[in-house]
Design a protein around this ligand. Structure first.
Ligand SMILES: [Zn+2]
Length: 133
């Protein structure tokens, strides 16, 4: 058994698992595992029984692989680029404080800028207006 390198072949042959001589009824599954091995994002195709997955995972960990967590693109945009919402100009009360033109409520400074914390009585949702500053 070659275990010197976390090569794909080595991983495929991970642990001499207890294969019964007679083949299982079910077709072996081909499982694609995404893992990072030594900093490289790799895609490993594994054919076998689903029951072997824990052993496979353990083997990958033993080889120093880490699971990839999809660095998704749904993370919040940086630098306060605005979310999809139209911006309206706030109204101002007598003290020059910006207020929501709909709810006449003093605006608060939030992550995305000014917002109105009023709740709509009908929909029970918070005010969705975004305000230009
Ligand atoms: Zn409002």
């Amino acid at each position: 058994m070659t275990t010197t390198m976390p090569s794909r072949a080595a991983i495929d042959r991970a642990e001499p698992l207890d294969f019964p001589d007679r083949r299982p009824k079910a077709e072996p599954l081909t499982i694609t595992v995404h893992a990072v091995v030594a900093g490289f994002a790799t895609e490993l195709c594994f054919t076998g029984s689903i029951d072997q997955l824990p052993a496979l995972a353990a083997r990958l960990v033993a080889l120093g692989a880490t699971p990839t967590s999809k660095p998704a693109t749904h993370t919040a945009p940086l630098n306060g680029s605005k979310p999809k919402a139209e911006r309206v100009t706030p109204a101002y009360d007598g003290d020059g404080q910006p207020i929501c033109p709909t709810h006449k409520k003093a605006l608060k400074e939030g992550k995305w800028g000014l917002y109105c914390s009023a709740k709509d009585r009908d929909t029970d949702e918070y005010c969705r207006l975004k305000f230009a500053e």
